[in-house]
Design a protein around this ligand. Sequence first.
Ligand SMILES: [Mn+2]
Length: 347
Amino acid sequence: MPKLLHTADIHLDSPLQAGLPESVAAAVREGLFETLARLIETANDERVDAMLIAGDLFDSPTPSRSVAERAFELLGRSNAPVFISPGNHDYLLPRSPYLMLPLPENVHVFRSEQIEAVDLGDFVVYGAGFRSSTVSRPMLDGFHADTDKPSVMVIHGETATASAQYHPISTESIAASGLDYLALGHIHNRSEPQTAGKTVYAYSGTPANKSFRGTPGRGAYIVELGRPSTVRFIPTDARRFVTIESDTPSIPDGYERDLVRLIVTGEHEHLDTDALERELAPRAFYVKVVDHTRLPMRIWQRADEDTLAGAFLGALQAERERGEDDELVELAARFGLAALDREEAPL
Ligand SMILES: [Mn+2]
């Protein structure tokens, strides 16, 4: 049975919105190309019969020429044909690199908002593409795969929302499609494969994170078309965004290539986040320390002292008992004690 690699939402050349230092952001952007190269290597190693990119390969409809040429050069290394369904980020403007630049022979871009079929002999690939940043017409409504061969569709859109601007796809239309697999893009957290009618469908999610938001562990789906189709996940991200929550301000081995957000919890009198970031720098590609610590209990015991600090802590405890926000009370205690003890304020 035909074998496919399903990916989507790489967002090449994304400016990133993670609040990272520019040099780190540049490395993450570069990592997106590494991820694309890895996807193509995987497709070749797995000897897939087609690679499907379900939209938003580029972050913008008009990426720079060098970015587009680099992407196309990589896609040209795929032994299998590559099918691209442009999404709401890389939609088909007349100036689109999909239309302006020479594409490798093995790359097919779906250029219409009407569903088009490409018969590869053993199976049929269907697809369509965004021609503007929004598509409100449900392109799958009324569609049925008119073939006896195994069939797959690659498309960008939303299955589970009332908002209609990013190509709404109803479960009913999937069930009526007769497709063996529907390769979806747009949602960056991958979904487990689901079934409607006899059609298996999934979001592969983005193959590489671009911020600490979203679930870690990105990759692509390897699909074997069949009745029913089977779906297997393979990891692909070149640099992971990892969040570690720990009482101990340390980073375990194995994160040297990754971006780590270390959330320090537990009881600590004072956490110097800047010093800790410098100290942990060799343990990861980038370290961001977030202070979620609480003051040790013994500090709060000072509320019994007959001192100004004692009275201050007692007043704060009373605030806490009246329902004041815990984190705010902790912060007030830290700043207040630092001032009373004539230290420099923390943070
Ligand atoms: Mn999208």
